[in-house]
Write a protein that binds this ligand. Sequence first.
Ligand code: GLU
Length: 277
Amino acid sequence: MIFRTRFAPSPTGPLHLGHAYSAILAHDRAKAQGGTFLLRIEDTDLERSKDKWIAAIADDLRWLCLTWPEPPLRQSDHLPRYQKAVDQLAHMDLLYPCSCSRTDIRAALSAPQEGAIPGPYPGTCRHRPLSDHKPGDALRLDLSAALDHLPTLPSFTDTGPIHPGHHSLDPTHLIETSGDVVIGRKEGITAYFLASALDDIYENITEVIRGEDLFDFTPIQVLLLTLLGHRPPDYHHHRLIRDEHGKRLAKRDDARAIAKYRADGLSPQDIRQMIGL
Ligand code: GLU
């Protein structure tokens, strides 16, 4: 199997040192194994994604001496494909409509922040059949039904240094941490983590390389892929680059934006040194 990995930023701000770490690590691992590194633009959050950030991200990555097959996949060009997967889960009777909280729904639809996995949903709308769907309702996964649907519990391999080894899905942990996650809406909006997992299959990714902050999303992605009849890739969760207070860098950390270091005259080699690569 030829090694394929990807860097999948959401174009909602400038790349910072944490992104550089993830992208360079993925690129280096692909090159070392004679494999392929892909860039993917995760712009399902149509409101916050901007063309100017797509251009800036590609420009920074090129400056860092990374290359990828052009053009990168742009998720907003593939919305019907994600919707098909949502429909498939609906046909399996694993989704129900939910009108509960907009904030919760928004959190599930945009790229996650560390520790921001939408907490377990109390199940208020779980009794509602899909036929009761009202405009604007979210579609939630009935997690217990989904787990019951599978003859055996899926598992995944992490090749990274933080959670190395083989992980079987733990239903109790999943129910306590993820709960009935929002999968999307009938109006063609798909949750970030479903679209991303589907694209890992679509692009034949063999190893998903990404920050440790996304580790908690992996079991739910593995569950969804398995329900949809796909074999999940391997995962490699890496350490996060943090600021001097130990906080994970976010897009608003302009001071650590790659563009800022470029403007200050640093070289790609200096960036590698700063992040320990
Ligand atoms: N698009 C996500 C982000 O920018 C990354 C998703 C992934 O690597 O799986 O945080």
